[in-house]
Design a binder for this molecule. Sequence first.
Ligand SMILES: [Ca+2]
Ligand SMILES: [Ca+2]
Length: 516
Amino acid sequence: MRPKRRAWKGWSLGGALLLALAGGACSTGRMPHAGSTAVPAPTPRPEVAARPLVDWPDAVLYFAIVDRFADGDLGNDQKVDRGAKGTFHGGDLAGLRAHLDEIADLGVTALWITPVVKNIDGFVTGAGFPDWAYHGYWADDFTRLDPRFGSEEDLKGLVADCHRRGIRVLLDVVYNHAGYGSHYLTDPRTKGWLRNEETGSCGQDDVTSCVAGLPDFRTELPEVADYLMTAHLSLAKRVGLDGFRLDTVKHVGHPFWDEHRRRSRLELGPGFFLLGEVWGGDAQSLEPWFASDEMDAGFDFGFQGSTLGWIQGRGRTVAFDHYLKSRERVHAGHFLAQFLSSHDVPGALYQLHGDKQLFRLAVVLQMTTVGIPTIYYGEEVARPGGDWPDNRSDMPWGDRAILPGEGQPRDEALRADYRRLIAIRAHHRALSRGVHQSLASDGDLLVFEQRDAASGDVVVVVVNRGAESAVARFAPPSEWAGKPARDAWGGAPVRADGGRLAVEIAPRAAAIVATD
Ligand SMILES: [Ca+2]
Ligand SMILES: [Ca+2]
């Protein structure tokens, strides 16, 4: 979770608490959502053909906010108000299980879900509206699941259902802080575990500050570290998780992450995957966490801005090409994860003012570079998103009777294009593991090659951000000798031009050229 410093401006835990604690009345007077007739039927469990799990370097990751995806159990809804942005909307693990094929059908191979441990029951108003813990980042008890999201059996079932579909599961976990007003602050056994603003004990640096006013765990204390790690790692073991997405990594010290890595491998095996959120991270700045092997992968926070900037005509093409090349200079054995949208930033389609043609160029670039493409739920069907908190709106389900996003429009053509791009990536190891080489970066035309030496797979990617048609000319890779090349993405004409190949590329269009 990105600390909402701007949103929380003026927030203070000193003096009058702006927090309605457990069971506290909702100051808006809103009533729980009345029962809907759209109660899902008991979830059928159709036979699913088992699909193999995919190695992490080739993974495509789908990120869902549990509360905003699908409500599979209206019985666990509490104070749900689907009309308000900061409230619970009712989504849960049962909903994810019931509609897992929506995700699996895209071809993704991994699922990241928001935290599901027990969160605080109240809300805060520092953002100017009642804001609840629907996102799961405001824990009140790390040792049990939040009934609003479901039970441990639900989580175990979700993991099993995902595995049958060839999908690994990463659970988002927070080690840095507890929720506002969490019981850890009042329980005499644990209140000494936290730095907090009420006692003025928050430090100034990344590790000891109280991010967005949240009580900060003294993770340097062995008792605290052991409690938190035991809670998360034992849950992972009980339900069969494949790894964690680690929240607020830079706000916890390196010795903690060293020990966490040691224990996660000891208790869950060497393959237990750790994807960390180091805010602002990229291939270079993640080095301190990768060099000491504290985690396997980290988010590349530069990808969204670099990509959206270039396709909108900002910056020189050669500079963007250099950026793409720089992404492979990540510490050996470690990976970047590239997103176009997230719960902490305005989404790509929103930033592009709804221009789906440009958005498709961004998705092509996301799916043709090394790293783990991370799809933020609903962007594949053109969920409009917006700035926070609109970037956390409900999964659109169109005319399907699925709450909370029933009736919200979906772009099925865009979703079909996501499926095709993911299939192209799955077919070409050069896209997930290859070495990037620039073939042309003049004007508005970007042409680069991805080559995977191990498999001999070579793909040439052509992207024209300009308003005029262009022709990309390049020498065909030797691996293509004797085989006709074609554009597997947009069907652009590919013709021989002397000893070279020429690809005619329309304005604001892309080609993914290969021989198979
Ligand atoms: Ca529910
Ligand atoms: Ca901290």
